[in-house]
Design a protein around this ligand. Structure first.
Ligand code: PGA
Ligand code: ZN
Length: 432
C-alpha cells in the first residue's frame, strides 16, 4: 500500500515570476505528496544546479527538460518503491544522476521529487510533516528562532548595496508569536524611517525594504534606529544578523564594494566587518568572505568565532563533506541548510548531521525565489534545527512559512520554541 504509483512533474511559477518545477507523488493507496523547487539568485558554485532550457524564450529559464526528467526517467525509476524508505528513494535519484552538480537530471527536478516523496511519506504515516521528519530521523522537534530580513540587498536588490541581507533576530522573545509581533514593529518602523527620508522605494526580492542607502553602514544605522523606534533596546531582546554573501562581490581574496567604489583585500574586509561587530549588536554573520577564500574564512573565525555565529552558506552549500572540511579547518561555526543546494532530503539531513557532529549550530533556509511550498517550516521544526531563515516580513511566499510555524506551534505547544538558545556561543548568549 505504501508503494509509489506515479510521479508527475509540472511547470509552475515562483515569486520572481520564473518557471520552476512542481512534483506530485501518488501512492497505491491514493495518498498525494506535493512539493515545489525554490531557486537561488546568489548561488554557490558548488551547489546542485537547476536544469534550465536556455534559448531565447523565458530568458532561458524554462524548465521543460527538468519536467521531462521527472515524467520520464525519475518516474520510471521510482515506480513501485516503498515511500517509507527516503534514503533508498534519494539513492535512486543519485544513481540516475551521479554528476557532481546534478546537472543531468537537474537539481530542481531532484529536489521537488525528493521533497514530494517526503510529504507523501508523512501523509501515508498520517502525521504532519514536521512529526514525520522528527520520527524518521530520530530528532527532538522544536520551533526555530527566525532570522528575518528588514532590508534586502546584493543580488536581491540589483546590487543597490553590497551586503545581501540586513536581518533581525529576537532571541529575547519567549514565544514565536512574540517574534512575529516584534518583527512587525521593527519592519514598519524601518519603513517609516525610510519614508521620512524620501527613501521608501518598495521591496527587494525577499520582501525587505529596497535599500536606498548611501553606504552599507547607513543601512546598519537605519536598522539600529528602527529597532529603537520600535521601542526596543538594540542588543537586548532584538539583535542583528547579516548575510554578507561575499562571493557576490569578490573572488580570489579581492573584493569590490560597488556602493563606495572601494577595493578591499581579504584582510581589509575582515577588518571592516570586525569594526561592524564592535559598533552594532550583530550576533550572526553569513558568508563574511567568498566561497573560495578559505584563508579569509579561517582568519575571520579565528578572530571572531567565539563571539558571533559564522554561517557557511555558499562556503559549504549544504554538503556534508564540505561541512566536515570547514569544521576541520575551523572556517565557520554554523551551516545554512538549503535542501535544493544538496539536491535531496537525505543529503541535506546528512549536511545538518555533519554540522551537529561538529558542534555547530544550523539554520534551515529558503531561497530568494520561493513559492507557497512550506516544507522548510516543517524540516526546521522536525530536525530541531534551532533557526529558520525565510526572507522578510512581507509577500506571501515568505509569510506562508512563518504562518505555517504558527500552525505547527498549535500542535507542538508554545514551549517548544527554542528562543535564544542557539545563540549561546555569541556575546548575546554569554551576556544572558
Ligand atoms: P539565494 O540567496 O537564495 O538568492 O541564493 C539566499 C542566501 O544567500 O542566503
Ligand atoms: Zn547566504
Amino acid at each position: 500500500m505504501s508503494a509509489i504509483k506515479s510521479v508527475t512533474g509540472r511547470r509552475v511559477w515562483d515569486s520572481r515570476g520564473n518557471p520552476t518545477v512542481e512534483v506530485d507523488v501518488v501512492l497505491e493507496n491514493g495518498v498525494l505528496g506535493r512539493a515545489i523547487a525554490p531557486a537561488g539568485a546568489s548561488r554557490g558554485t558548488r551547489e546542485a544546479m537547476d536544469l534550465r532550457d536556455g534559448g531565447p524564450a523565458l530568458q532561458g529559464s524554462g524548465v521543460g527538460k527538468a519536467v521531462s526528467n521527472v515524467n520520464g526517467p525519475i518516474a520510471a525509476a521510482l515506480l513501485g518503491q516503498d515511500i517509507r524508505d527516503q534514503a533508498e528513494i534519494d539513492a535512486t535519484l543519485l544513481q540516475l544522476d551521479p554528476s557532481k552538480l546534478k546537472d543531468k537530471l537537474g537539481g530542481n527536478a531532484m529536489v521537488a521529487t525528493s521533497l514530494a516523496t517526503l510529504h507523501a511519506a508523512a501523509l501515508n504515516a498520517q502525521k504532519p510533516l514536521w512529526r514525520h521528519v522528527a520520527d524518521h530521523y530520530a530528532r527532538a522537534p522544536s520551533l526555530p528562532l527566525p532570522e528575518i530580513q528588514i532590508f534586502g540587498g546584493g543580488a536581491h536588490a540589483g546590487r543597490r548595496v553590497d551586503i545581501q541581507d540586513f536581518m533581525i533576530m529576537v532571541p529575547g522573545a519567549s514565544s514565536f508569536d512574540e517574534v512575529m509581533e516584534v518583527t512587525n514593529e521593527v519592519y514598519f518602523a524601518a519603513g517609516d524611517i525610510m519614508a521620512q527620508r524620501g527613501d521608501l522605494a518598495g521591496v527587494a526580492d525577499e520582501g525587505g525594504w529596497w535599500p536606498l542607502f548611501r553606504s552599507n553602514e547607513e543601512a546598519l544605522e537605519t536598522l539600529v534606529a528602527a529597532i529603537e523606534k520600535a521601542g526596543e533596546k538594540p542588543g537586548d531582546r532584538v539583535v542583528i544578523s547579516l548575510d554578507v554573501a561575499a562571493s557576490e562581490f569578490g573572488t580570489d581574496g579581492s573584493y569590490t564594494l560597488a556602493l563606495e567604489d572601494r577595493k578591499l583585500s581579504s584582510g581589509d574586509l575582515i577588518d571592516l566587518l570586525g569594526g561592524w561587530l564592535d559598533a552594532y549588536p550583530i550576533v550572526s554573520i553569513e558568508d563574511p568572505l567568498g566561497e573560495d577564500d578559505t584563508a579569509g574564512m579561517i582568519e575571520f573565525t579565528r578572530q571572531f568565532g567565539d563571539r558571533v555565529q559564522i554561517i557557511g552558506d555558499d562556503y559549504v552549500v549544504t554538503n556534508a563533506a564540505l561541512v566536515q572540511q570547514a569544521a576541520q579547518d575551523n572556517a565557520c561555526n554554523c551551516a545554512l541548510i538549503k535542501v535544493n543546494q544538496a539536491g535531496t532530503v537525505t543529503e541535506a539531513v546528512e549536511a545538518f548531521t555533519a554540522a551537529q557532529n561538529a558542534g555547530w549550530t544550523a539554520v534551515v533556509s529558503a531561497r530568494s525565489g520561493e513559492t507557497e511550498d512550506v516544507s522548510i517550516s516543517h524540516l526546521s521544526t522536525g530536525l530541531g534545527s534551532g533557526q529558520l531563515k525565510v526572507g522578510s516580513f512581507q509577500r506571501s511566499e515568505r509569510m506562508v512559512k512563518w504562518n505555517e510555524c504558527l500552525r505547527i506551534q498549535d500542535d507542538l505547544g508554545a514551549n517548544a520554541f527554542v528562543g535564544g538558545k542557539p545563540l549561546a556561543r555569541t556575546w548575546w548568549g554569554k551576556n544572558r
